[in-house]
Design a protein around this ligand. Structure first.
Ligand code: EPU
Length: 441
C-alpha cells in the first residue's frame, strides 16, 4: 500500500486554497444525527479516513450512513439494531465512545469499548464517565472484557461541573441531556468553536440549549427535526496548517472559507513574530512571509488560547525564526512525537524543563507526580533544514513533518501518511496546487 510521500522541498508555496469541512465538527454531528428518527442530510463533510471509519462503524451497528455525493452524507438511525460496538471498529476511531448518547436513547443499554490511550497520551475518559453518572446513567467498566456497560433506566436529570474542561466530554454530555426529565446544567464546560457548531446544529433541529460563558443549560425536548441540510463549518486546524506552510516556506497563500475568529490567537501570534496576515474579505485571508521572523513563547490552552493542535505546526515556524523559542504543552501529555523527526532534518530542538508551581492545576491532563513527562521544548533558529526520511506518529505531527519536508532543501520521504489523511482532505492535491512537489509512493 502506498503510505508515504516523496517531497522535493525548498521552494516558496504560493496560491489559493479553499478549506474543507471541519473534522472535529463532522464526526460529532454525524453521531448526533443518530439521535433523530428520520434521515439527516449533512453537507461539507470532509471525505477523510476518520469520517469513513465512523460511517463503517455506524453501518456495523445496523444504521445507514453514506456519502451520497462528494461531500454530502445522509445518516439514518432508524435501522440501528445493535447496541454493542465491536473492538475492531472502536480501535479505529477514538470518538466511538460518543455513541453512548444515541445508543442509550435507542436501546436504554449499550456496550462500548474503552477508547484507551493513543499516540498523544493516555487520554482517559474518567471525567466523562463521572458526568454520565451524575446525570443518572449507570455505567460500569468491566476490566476483563475492556467494555463499559451503560444503562439509562430513567430520563437523564441533574447537573455536572467538569473538574477540568473536556471538549468531547462536553459534547457527549450535551447530547445525553437533550431528552432529559428536566433542565440539565453543565458547568466548567469547554468552549471550543466546534462545540458551538454542534450546539447550532442541535438548536436548528429544535433542541433548547442556552449557553452562558462556560455554563450550558439544556431544556428537554421530545424529538429533533432538521428543517434543511446542515452545512459543516470549515476546518480551523487546516487553516493553521496552510497558513504555517505559507510563512515557513517563505511563500504566500490565500485561504478562502476561513473563519478568523476561530483562530484569533494563532493570528495574533503570527503578527507578533512578524509574519504577513491580511484579511481580504469576510472569509478570505492572505498569509505570507514578510522577512525575518521573531522567536516566540507559546503555551497551549483551551479556546480562546493557543490550541494544542497548532503547536506541532508552530514548531516549524520557530525553526525559521531568529533566536530561541519555547513551546509548552498543557493539554495533552506526550504531544512532541515530531521532535526526533525534525532533528533528522537538522533542526536545533530539545526538550526543556520549565518549572511549574502547581502542575496538577496547570496541566489539563491528569498529572501524576510519579510519572516523567516531556511537556516543553526549546527551538533555536533560524536553521536551514535538509531532506531526510521521516515517520509520522500522530495526525497533527504528520502535517508538521510534511511542512518541514517542503521547507527543507532536497528530497524527503515522509512515511505513515494514512495517519495524516485521517484528518486532512485532499492534502497532497492542495499542496500540489500551491506549487509543492509532493508525490505518493
Ligand atoms: N481528559 C481526561 N479525562 C477525561 C477527558 C479528558 O483526563 O475524562 C484529558 C485528556 O486526556 C486531555 C485533556 O483532558 O489531556 C483535554 O482533553 P479533551 O477531552 O478536551 O480532548 P478531546 O476531546 O479528547 C478534542 C479534539 C482534539 C483536540 C482537543 C482539544 C476531537 C475528536 N478531538 O479531543 O483534536 O486537540 O479536543 O481541543 O474533537 C485532533 O484533531 O488532532 C485532535 C487531537
Amino acid at each position: 500500500m502506498e503510505d508515504a510521500y516523496l517531497i522535493k522541498g525548498g521552494k516558496p508555496l504560493k496560491g489559493t486554497i479553499a478549506l474543507s469541512g471541519a473534522k472535529n465538527v463532522a464526526l460529532k454531528v454525524i453521531i448526533a444525527a443518530l439521535l433523530f428518527d428520520q434521515p439527516v442530510t449533512l453537507k461539507n463533510i470532509p471525505k477523510i479516513n476518520d469520517v469513513i471509519e465512523l460511517l463503517h462503524l455506524i453501518k456495523s451497528l445496523g444504521g445507514m450512513a453514506d456519502f451520497v455525493d462528494k461531500n454530502t452524507v445522509i445518516v439514518d438511525a432508524r435501522s440501528l439494531n445493535k447496541n454493542r460496538i465491536d473492538l475492531l471498529h472502536a480501535s479505529k476511531i477514538r470518538v466511538s465512545f460518543m455513541l453512548f448518547a444515541p445508543l442509550l436513547y435507542k436501546f436504554s443499554e449499550c456496550f462500548v469499548p474503552n477508547p484507551g490511550g493513543c499516540r498523544i497520551g493516555a487520554r482517559p475518559i474518567d471525567r466523562i464517565v463521572d458526568g454520565m453518572k451524575k446525570l443518572g446513567i449507570d455505567i460500569e467498566y468491566d476490566s476483563s472484557s475492556g467494555f463499559y456497560r451503560a444503562q439509562m433506566k430513567a430520563k437523564p436529570s441533574g447537573s455536572y461541573k467538569f473538574p477540568k474542561e473536556t471538549h468531547t466530554g462536553t459534547e457527549l454530555l450535551i447530547m445525553l441531556s437533550l431528552f432529559g426529565r428536566e433542565k440539565i446544567t453543565l458547568d466548567n464546560t469547554a468552549i471550543e468553536p466546534e462545540i458551538d457548531e454542534l450546539i447550532r446544529f442541535l438548536i436548528l433541529s429544535g433542541a433548547k440549549i442556552q449557553k452562558e460563558g462556560k455554563k450550558i443549560i439544556i431544556y428537554p425536548v421530545e424529538k429533533l427535526i432538521l428543517p434543511s441540510p446542515f452545512e459543516i463549518m470549515s476546518d480551523r486546524n487546516e487553516a493553521v496548517t496552510f497558513a504555517t506552510l505559507a510563512v515557513a516556506s517563505k511563500g504566500e497563500v490565500t485561504i478562502s472559507s476561513i473563519q478568523p475568529g476561530n483562530i484569533r490567537m494563532f493570528i495574533q501570534k503570527l503578527k507578533e513574530i512578524g509574519a504577513g496576515v491580511d484579511i481580504l474579505g469576510k472569509s478570505l485571508m492572505n498569509f505570507y512571509y514578510r522577512g525575518k521572523l521573531k522567536s516566540s513563547r507559546i503555551e497551549t490552552q483551551p479556546h480562546p488560547g493557543f490550541m494544542t493542535d497548532w503547536q506541532p505546526n508552530w514548531a516549524i515556524l520557530m525553526t525559521q525564526a531568529d533566536g530561541e523559542s519555547t513551546i509548552h504543552e498543557r493539554i495533552f501529555e506526550n504531544r512532541f512525537s515530531y521532535v526526533e523527526e525534525l532533528r533528522k532534518l537538522g533542526a536545533d530542538i530539545d526538550y526543556a524543563k520549565i518549572p511549574i508551581k502547581n502542575p496538577t492545576d496547570y496541566f489539563f491532563f491528569n498529572f501524576d507526580p510519579s510519572k516523567k513527562y516531556n511537556q516543553a521544548i526549546k527551538i533555536k533558529g533560524p536553521q536551514d533544514l535538509h531532506g531526510g526520511v521521516l515517520e509520522i506518529a500522530d495526525l497533527r505531527a504528520g502535517a508538521t513533518l510534511v511542512i518541514a519536508a517542503l521547507v527543507a532543501k532536497g528530497d524527503s520521504v515522509v512515511n505513515g501518511v494514512s495517519i495524516l489523511e485521517r484528518g486532512y482532505e485532499n492534502f497532497e492535491a492542495k499542496i500540489r496546487s500551491l506549487g509543492g512537489e509532493i508525490e505518493k509512493i
